[in-house]
Design a protein around this ligand. Structure first.
Ligand SMILES: [Zn+2]
Length: 240
């Protein structure tokens, strides 16, 4: 909630101060001046270009802080209450790669993406890109699968076959393509649409790899590793 400064809220209710605005001495009236600048700030009327720029900057800053707080709150909730996220964190720990809270960070992202994983930094959550907590949960699960693969299988991120495999697994297992929670019962009901979604997303991710020269190349590599990586559902098929 916005906290309004009581010293500024007062004068806006005092109509006499407004009425005196027209008189020549109004410029010496600090009450009026406070009111005027507050009014100008809310409406944008009567602001100089510099003041407008300052206002925009303040609004942007406020948005950054709001997004960050929301991302942080969801992150903490997901890390303790989301069965999927808790499960992945547990398996990272069991695989010798515990993933601390500090390795999952909320930041604004300029590009059209929701998250990322970099072995040396951890997981990035794009605080300005989430349209729901579920979206953030799927994104976090996706990146945790990359983290798990990196830990367990020593992924070489510049090797397109490695990259394609972990993208197939991440899209398949994360909920990116509406994969259901029935995974806990070991029930895998993949349909054609689900597979098409996994393939499309894996190809798009591989195309972003600097080693990938074209969409055809990305498709070819994804197809090459498709069967084995789609069927590799670790750590979900392990007994826990
Ligand atoms: Zn990915």
């Amino acid at each position: 909630m916005d906290s309004s400064d009581p010293s500024q809220a007062g004068p806006s209710r005092q109509t006499p101060a407004v009425a005196s605005a027209a008189s020549p001495e109004s410029e010496f009236n600090p009450t009026f001046e406070r009111w005027r600048s507050r009014f100008a700030e809310v409406t944008g009327l009567g602001l100089s270009e510099a003041q407008k720029a300052e206002r925009t900057q303040r609004e942007e800053q406020a948005k950054l802080e709001r997004d960050w707080a929301r991302c942080q709150k969801w992150k903490e909730e997901l890390m303790t209450r989301s069965p999927m996220v808790v499960f992945m964190l547990k398996h990272l720990r069991l695989s010798g790669c515990p993933f601390p809270d500090s390795a999952i960070q909320c930041h604004p992202c300029p590009e059209d993406r929701a998250g990322g994983f970099a072995p040396e930094y951890g997981i990035l959550l794009c605080q300005n890109r989430f349209f729901s907590k579920k979206h953030m949960e799927d994104t976090l699960a996706h990146e945790l699968i990359h983290a798990y693969d990196h830990c367990k299988f020593n992924v070489d991120w510049l090797n397109l076959r490695h990259h394609a495999c972990t993208e197939i697994r991440a899209a398949n297992l994360s909920g990116d393509c509406s994969w259901t929670r029935e995974v806990k019962r070991g029930f895998y009901a993949f349909n054609k649409q689900h597979q098409a979604c996994v393939k499309r997303r894996a190809v798009a991710s591989v195309m972003a790899n600097p080693s990938c020269k074209s969409e055809e190349m990305a498709e070819k590599v994804v197809n090459e590793v498709w069967e084995s990586c789609l069927n590799d559902t670790r750590p979900f098929d392990e007994i826990y």
